[in-house]
Design a protein around this ligand. Structure first.
Ligand SMILES: [Fe+2]
Ligand SMILES: [Fe+2]
Length: 273
């Protein structure tokens, strides 16, 4: 992926009215909807951490192409978290007891990583997350769940754009880690660490939100044992793959639909740089 293939799009998304919001907003599936709600909350704090972590090492990147790509990667992530902060008002407007506290605890984790950990940890952590989202994005877009008839159009579009750009910048954190540090065992450790950190947060916020939503909206919000099994599998497979010594995001063959989606989103953007 060249730097030019990482366009920074500013998107004109509208956040739905809080009064119209239903917690099962993706494909009529509770397990999937809560997983993406948790992810939307997680990335609003993770992605500022990505931007800061990458900017701290940019001056040490001696390959000009990688330096430009890393700058574009961090600018895409900056757009993502700003959009998610807007959409996350939907979840916070429901005033779930304990949600704000869990979110602030997550903010504290990233502040601590910035203050106390080293660049190798931070870039390793970023790559651990990116190795997961690339696989999740290809699966999500391939299954068409974000354009399902029972998917909320605004939230589906938000995630479609975000997942597409995760695919566009899939190589950059990996290349940064290899360029600056290298070393498989530590990369594998950080894949485990980052993906476990995200999964724990998503499980915690699901446990906070779900019981109240079941009381208010009924059984459609109930997460089934099949949902739980799928959630475990959708975590375990990418985690193991990303931890293997031979893992590289450069190996992915992208379906033609990915480029068509990229072109459509570029045409819908209010600006592209
Ligand atoms: Fe992102
Ligand atoms: Fe990303």
């Amino acid at each position: 992926m060249t730097a030019q293939a990482i366009p920074v799009r500013r998107m004109p998304f509208s956040v739905p009215d809080t009064a119209d919001f239903h917690p099962v907003y993706l494909a009529g599936n509770a397990g999937f909807s809560y997983a993406m709600t948790g992810m939307g909350l997680y990335v609003a704090l993770l992605e500022p951490f990505i931007v800061k972590s990458v900017r701290r090492v940019l001056d040490r990147v001696t390959d000009p192409g990688l330096r430009e790509a890393a700058d574009r990667f961090s600018r895409q992530e900056a757009q993502h978290y700003q959009q998610h902060e807007r959409f996350n008002t939907l979840f916070f407007s429901r005033d779930y007891p304990g949600l704000r506290e869990r979110y602030e605890r997550l903010r504290g984790d990233f502040e601590r990583f910035l203050a106390e950990k080293d660049d190798r940890f931070r870039i390793g952590f970023v790559e651990g997350f990116e190795a997961n989202t690339t696989q999740g994005a290809l699966s999500l877009l391939g299954r068409g769940l974000l354009r399902h008839p029972a998917t909320d159009k605004a939230l589906g579009s938000l995630w479609e754009w975000h997942m597409l750009e995760e695919i566009e910048h899939r190589n950059i954190a990996f290349d940064l880690y290899e360029h600056l540090f290298g070393g498989w065992p530590y990369r594998a450790l950080m894949c485990w660490r980052a993906q476990h950190h995200m999964a724990t947060f998503i499980d915690d916020v699901t446990a906070i939100m779900n019981p109240r939503d079941i009381r208010e909206f009924g059984d459609i919000c109930r997460i089934t044992s099949k949902d739980r099994t799928l959630r475990l599998l959708s975590r375990a497979v990418p985690r193991v793959k990303s931890m293997l010594p031979g893992y590289s995001p450069h190996r992915y063959e992208l379906p033609a639909a990915v480029q068509r989606l990229a072109d459509r989103l570029t045409s819908q953007a209010t600006s592209v740089s």
